[in-house]
Write a protein that binds this ligand. Structure first.
Ligand code: NAD
Ligand code: TDX
Length: 341
């Protein structure tokens, strides 16, 4: 790809992917297209701002006319779509923007790929589309049983990609990744929330019994997989991207506290998330067949992530003091504490 449009490139995974592409491909131009919602942050890209191969366009993926203008103006030949509303708790409070951006916005990008004959689109989906998996692991052909407005919207987008491939032959590849962690992740997601709370000796609000299970994938390993999909994925195919590192939230929290030398008494059990999926688990055999494996050991990557948040207060302190206002009051102001520290 010569001119790659990275939608949602000012967010967590998107900005890590922008760095990955600029580092690895000297001849690739990157156009970040991002609405800059509360989750989009140009601080994530400040170190590439002067790179002549990088440009930034502020725009909404739901704005078809503008998306088409940008695709033409920059001679875009490929798209990687990270743009989405992404936080499950917010989707429970306000589902509308999730349906709009995640489903309708994806359709707009697919239309642009179709209209201008782009070489490839990679759509970033999630393990959450399979719903809760109590036993075994999901394969790409499993039924989708999403349980939250977030995962239902992502499933809608995911299916729209498939339909555009089957109906119009649009060259789109779908990835379904597990829970990511690493630098630049907005501190509403559990790992950065708990690290930054612990740094300030604030309670860590663990939902329900703390025994829900997630599979933790380091963001740079996810970026490697997306890169592989961009170049070697097969059109119309879906690829699970998991790390096989499943932990209960309680195990995860205790590991974070241990790494940080903070007491377990910071753990505070709070009322559960409605419709909280018990477990996600991916069978990633298909992408292993193309040679991808996670390269980062979980504990080292988590330790590096703790270090990054410890050393980069400038990045998260202003986020926590600003964007946390109404949302956090509604979220945590009303969440009942079950057992205290
Ligand atoms: P994020 O919330 O950090 O970033 C989302 C970005 O999209 C932000 O920069 C935001 O400004 C932008 N955006 C939102 N609405 C937009 C719109 N209408 N038009 C243009 N830009 C818009 O999200 P993330 O964690 O980096 O996730 C990126 C993608 O990966 C999402 O599609 C998400 O569903 C998927 N995913 C995330 C994870 C994870 O653990 N974080 C795991 C699997 C899949
Ligand atoms: O304060 C918290 N306490 C808590 O116990 C928060 C924010 C979360 N949790 C639990 C809920 C989940 O079981 O931790 C787990 C992880 O929660 P999140 O970080 O909100 O992630 P999750 O709901 O698993 O979804 C994430 O992974 C898949 C991303 O937000 C999605 O965008 C991605 O698709």
């Amino acid at each position: 790809m010569e001119n790659l449009l990275i939608t949602g490139g000012a967010g967590f995974i998107g900005s890590n992917f922008v760095h990955h592409i600029l580092d690895k491909y000297p001849d690739c131009k990157v156009i970040v297209y991002d609405k800059l919602t509360y989750a989009g942050n140009l601080d994530n890209l400040q170190d590439v701002a002067d790179d002549p191969r990088y440009s930034f366009v502020r725009g909404d993926i739901c704005d078809m006319e503008f998306v088409e203008d940008v695709v033409q103006e920059h001679k875009v030949d490929g798209i990687v779509n990270f743009a989405a509303e992404t936080h499950v708790d917010r989707s429970i409070l306000e589902p509308g923007s999730f349906i709009q951006t995640d489903v309708y916005g994806t359709h707009v990008l697919l239309e642009a790929v179709r209209k201008f004959g782009l070489r490839r689109m990679v759509h970033i989906s999630t393990d959450e589309v399979y719903g809760s998996v109590v036993e075994g692991s999901s394969v790409e052909t499993d039924n989708l049983l999403p349980n939250s407005p977030y995962s239902a919207s992502k499933a809608g987008a995911d299916l729209m990609c498939r339909a555009y491939h089957v109906t119009y032959g649009v060259p789109v590849v779908i990835t379904r990744g597990s829970n990511n962690f690493g630098p630049y992740q907005y501190p509403e997601k559990v790992i950065p929330l708990f690290i930054t709370n612990a740094l300030d000796d604030k309670p860590l609000p663990l939902y329900g019994d703390g025994l829900n299970v997630r599979d933790w994938l380091y963001v740079l390993d996810h970026c490697d997989a997306i890169d592989l999909m961009l170049h070697e994925g097969r059109d119309g195919e879906i690829y699970n991207v998991g790390s096989n590192h499943e932990l209960t939230n309680l195990e995860l929290t205790e590991t974070i506290l241990e790494l940080m030398g903070k007491p377990k008494s910071l753990i505070q059990f709070v009322e559960d998330r409605p419709g909280h999926d018990r477990r996600y688990s991916l069978d990633s055999t298909k992408i292993h067949g193309l040679g991808w494996r996670p390269n980062h050991a979980f504990e080292n990557a988590l330790e590096g992530t703790v270090r990054w948040y410890t050393e980069n207060r400038w990045w998260w302190e202003k986020i926590k003091s600003g964007a946390y206002d109404n949302y956090y009051e509604r979220q945590y102001g009303t969440r009942r504490v079950l057992t205290g520290s």
